[in-house]
Design a protein around this ligand. Structure first.
Ligand code: NDP
Length: 434
């Protein structure tokens, strides 16, 4: 704590992982001798930089940029960039730390990192977004590369922002090195299914959890928070598998549509027009919008899938979900559930599947994009989706079996933390004290 003052989200993420590792430490004195735990919580490198840009009024604006290169034992640093006014070092470090174990769980050769800026893309013109992205990449370009560090999108960073950043990279380096960023557009080095991957992968994972219980999505009432990249494609896949998503949200409030969210309408509002979710009710009779009082978790459901942001589901929300009969919570977002809420779920026998396993499909498909870039190939949607499905089944089974092996059957948190950690720890041991 004293080495990282004020970084509350980072502390939370570290405690959550360390809490699971008691049985590992007991079994592996060689990890203790090599100080693996002390090494793994310290980023290999962190970069903080000035991002100056000029707004549409001609005024100079200054933001702060971050890239935390956390662990490269398994491969080049890999993890997204987040543009949101709440971004500071503690958030980037929590995300980078989680990313190490998530990437390890995929079984693919990628290390962990994360970055971003306190820049707020909301309400900015296209020109402002472009100038900001160009300035951000001007500094970031010194630190990344296909064998070094490969950023991608996250909150506030989608295809448009990645396009402007890749354009600036190419201009600065005179190098069409597609593998330096993932989440690219399909006409300039991107992969099929990357846009859908985190949401689809989340639902593939939860489908495996349901299968373990002899159930499926068929006929289930599902609440998905957020209405960004992860939420939209989670909703799409739930509907394809026979469930009904009845509520979604953004930072201004939530909508309820008992008939099932009209996804084409939601995509039009959020992806095309970049507008507020409250517009949904104006165009969809029978739906409602709430912006104060209760949270989206007050809507009764069988399955809850938080897909917005960290700590969006607290103990009060957990108590309400439990009282309303929810039996499965799967984190599409990174650390959306507070530790207190996760504890309540565990005590009440609600299956709780943590983000580092559930949402690993996004980064896994990014690694597939890197494979395609390296071989100058481009796979079909069906082939890529099949690979994503296989990877998510693999992540699920690894978590499930590891939990059993360590005497914690059905505990996906323990399974994910232990399995993710062991692979990185073994690589760190093999590479020596570096
Ligand atoms: P987007 O920016 O596309 O969407 C984020 C959504 O969450 C928006 O609906 C946004 O509403 C809402 N939101 C953001 N901040 C808050 C807040 N403070 N309170 C309430 N709502 C909020 O991001 P993504 O969908 O890409 O990311 C969502 C989560 O998933 C994040 O935790 C991210 O780290 C995680 N994730 C994303 C991956 C990816 O591939 N994109 C991969 C793995 C994890 P509004 O528009 O009003 O801000």
């Amino acid at each position: 704590l004293h080495r990282n003052p004020g970084e509350s989200e980072f502390h939370q993420a570290v405690f959550e992982v360390l809490e699971s590792l008691g049985p590992v430490v007991a079994k592996r004195p060689d990890y203790v001798d090599a100080q693996i735990l002390n090494r793994i919580v310290e980023p290999e490198r962190q970069i903080i930089f000035r991002v100056p840009w000029v707004d549409d009024q001609g005024t100079v604006q200054i933001n702060r940029g971050f890239r935390v290169q956390f662990n490269s034992a398994l491969g080049p640093y890999k993890g997204g960039l987040r543009f949101h006014p709440s971004v500071y070092l503690g958030i980037v470090k929590f995300l980078g730390f989680e990313q190490i174990f998530k990437n390890s769980l995929t079984g693919l050769p990628i290390g962990g990192g994360k970055g971003g800026s306190d820049f707020d893309p909301k309400g900015k013109s296209d020109g402002e977004i472009m100038r900001f992205c160009q300035s951000f990449m001007t500094e970031l370009s010194r630190h990344i590369g296909q064998y070094t560090d490969v950023p991608a999108g996250d909150i506030g960073v989608g295809g448009r922002e990645l396009g402007y950043m890749f354009g600036q990279w190419k201009r600065l380096t005179n190098n069409y090195e597609s593998g330096v960023l993932t989440g690219k557009g399909l006409t300039w080095g991107g992969s099929q299914v990357r846009k859908e991957a985190t949401g689809y992968g989340t639902v593939y994972f939860l489908d495996e959890v349901l299968k373990e219980r002899g159930e499926s999505f068929e006929g289930k009432r599902v609440v998905v928070s957020g209405s960004g990249n992860v939420a939209i494609y989670a909703i799409e896949k739930v509907h394809q598998l026979g469930g009904t998503v009845i509520a979604a949200s953004d930072s201004s409030g939530f909508i309820v549509d008992e008939a099932g969210i009209d996804l084409e309408l939601l995509k039009d509002i959020k992806e095309v027009r970049r507008a507020r979710i409250s517009e949904y009710v104006e165009r969809r009779p029978g739906s409602t919008f709430s912006s104060n009082g209760h949270t989206i978790w007050s809507v009764p459901c069988d399955i809850a899938v938080p897909c917005a942001t960290q700590n969006e589901l607290d103990e009060d929300d957990a108590a309400t979900l439990i009282a309303n009969g929810c039996t499965l919570v799967g984190e599409g977002a990174n650390m959306p559930t507070t530790q207190g809420a996760a504890r309540l779920f565990s005590e009440a026998g609600v299956t709780f599947a943590p983000g580092k396993a559930v949402n690993a499909g996004g980064v896994a498909t990014s690694a597939l994009e890197m494979q395609q870039n390296a071989s100058r190939d481009s796979w079909t949607f069906e082939h890529t989706d099949e690979r994503l499905g296989e990877i998510m089944r693999g992540v699920h089974d690894l978590c499930y079996e590891t939990a059993e092996e360590y005497g914690r059957p059905g505990d996906y948190v323990a399974g994910a933390n232990i399995a993710g950690f062991n692979r990185v720890a073994d690589a760190m041991l093999a590479l020596g004290v570096i």
